[in-house]
Write a protein that binds this ligand. Structure first.
Ligand code: AMP
Ligand code: MG
Length: 270
C-alpha cells in the first residue's frame, strides 16, 4: 500500500479513527506549505497519465466517494485535487436531498445509476453515506432502517468491487473552529456568499451527532474492498496534496495498461 494511504486509512471496526490525526495535522507531507504545494504538479501529471491508461484499457473503473461536514472542502477538492483528471472519462455526481422519485425507490437506486462505467473515474460529492449520516442525525427513518444500511452498503460496494470498480472513500476532516472560519468567510466575502446556507447553521448545532454518526459509519464500512481514509482538511494545501496522493497511489497499484491491438504492425494507411 502507498505511504499516504497507509497513514490515513481507517482500520475496520476502529471507532476512534477521527481522533487519530488532528484536522490541522499534516501526516506524511513532504514539508511546509510551500514544499507540499510544490509536490502537487508532478502528482497531477502522473494522475493524468494513469487515468489515460485506465480509459484506454477500458475494463476497470475508479469510484471516489467524498464526504465532509458543511464547508469541509468537497467542492474545493473537486476543483483542485482532481485537476489532473481529464473531463473525458470523469463523471462527478452531487447527491442532494432525494427527490420524490428517488424517495419512492430504495436508497441505493440513485447511487447505482451514477457509478462509473468501465474506463471511467466517478466522483461522488456526497453519496449513499448520507443515508446513515443526515438521515440518522435527523431521524428521517426509524433507527432499525438506517442501522440495516451498514450491511446493505457493504454488500453494494462489494458487488461494485467484484465488477471491476476500485472504491476510495475520503472523509475530509475539519475542526469546528475551521468550520466557523469558513462560514464567516462565506458571510463576508461577496465571492463566497452564494455558498452560504441558513440550514448549515442548524447542522452545525448537531456537530457532535455528526461526529458520532461518522465515527460509526467509517468503522463499520471501511473494508478491504472499499477503505475509508480520514484526510485532515483544515489546511487546504495538505488536503489537496493528500487526496491527489491517495488517487495516484491507488491507480499505480491498479497499473492500467494500454491494450494490445492485434495485427497493427502489418497495417498500412492507404
Ligand atoms: P450541498 O452538498 O451543500 O449541496 O447540500 C446537499 C444537501 O443534501 C445536504 O444538506 C445533505 O445533507 C442533503 N442530502 C444529501 N443526501 C441526502 C439524503 N439521502 N437524505 C437527506 N438529505 C440528503
Ligand atoms: Mg452546502
Amino acid at each position: 500500500m502507498g505511504e499516504v494511504r497507509a497513514k490515513l486509512r481507517v482500520t475496520a471496526g476502529d471507532r476512534a479513527a477521527l481522533g487519530r490525526n488532528r484536522p490541522s495535522s499534516t501526516p506524511g507531507a513532504p514539508g511546509d506549505r510551500d514544499a507540499t504545494e510544490a509536490a502537487i504538479p508532478p502528482l497531477d501529471e502522473e494522475l493524468s497519465e494513469l487515468q489515460t491508461r485506465l480509459w484506454a484499457e477500458g475494463r476497470r473503473s475508479l469510484l471516489v466517494v467524498l464526504q465532509a461536514l458543511d464547508a469541509g472542502g468537497k467542492d474545493g477538492t473537486i476543483r483542485h485535487a482532481f485537476q489532473g483528471l481529464n473531463p473525458q472519462g470523469t463523471r462527478v455526481t452531487a447527491f442532494k436531498a432525494p427527490t420524490p422519485e428517488e424517495l419512492a425507490h430504495d436508497f441505493l437506486w440513485r447511487v447505482h445509476q451514477a457509478t462509473p462505467a468501465a474506463g471511467e473515474v466517478g466522483i461522488f460529492n456526497r453519496s449513499h453515506y448520507e443515508d446513515v449520516l443526515v438521515v440518522r442525525v435527523h431521524q428521517l427513518v426509524p433507527t432499525k432502517v438506517w442501522r440495516a444500511r451498514y450491511g446493505l452498503i457493504k454488500g453494494f460496494e462489494e458487488a461494485l468491487h467484484e465488477g471491476g470498480t476500485t472504491i476510495v472513500k475520503l472523509f475530509l476532516h475539519i475542526s469546528k473552529e475551521e468550520q466557523r472560519r469558513r462560514f464567516e468567510e462565506r458571510l463576508t466575502r461577496p465571492d463566497k456568499r452564494w455558498k452560504f446556507n441558513r440550514g448549515d447553521l442548524e447542522e452545525r448545532a448537531h456537530w457532535d451527532d455528526y461526529q458520532e454518526a461518522y465515527a460509526e459509519a467509517l468503522a463499520r464500512t471501511s473494508t478491504e474492498a472499499a477503505a475509508w481514509y480520514v484526510v485532515p482538511a483544515d489546511h487546504k494545501w495538505y488536503r489537496n496534496w493528500a487526496v491527489t496522493s491517495i488517487l495516484v497511489e491507488t491507480l499505480r497499484e491498479l497499473d492500467p495498461r494500454y491494450p494490445e491491438v492485434e495485427g497493427i504492425d502489418a497495417m498500412e494507411i492507404p
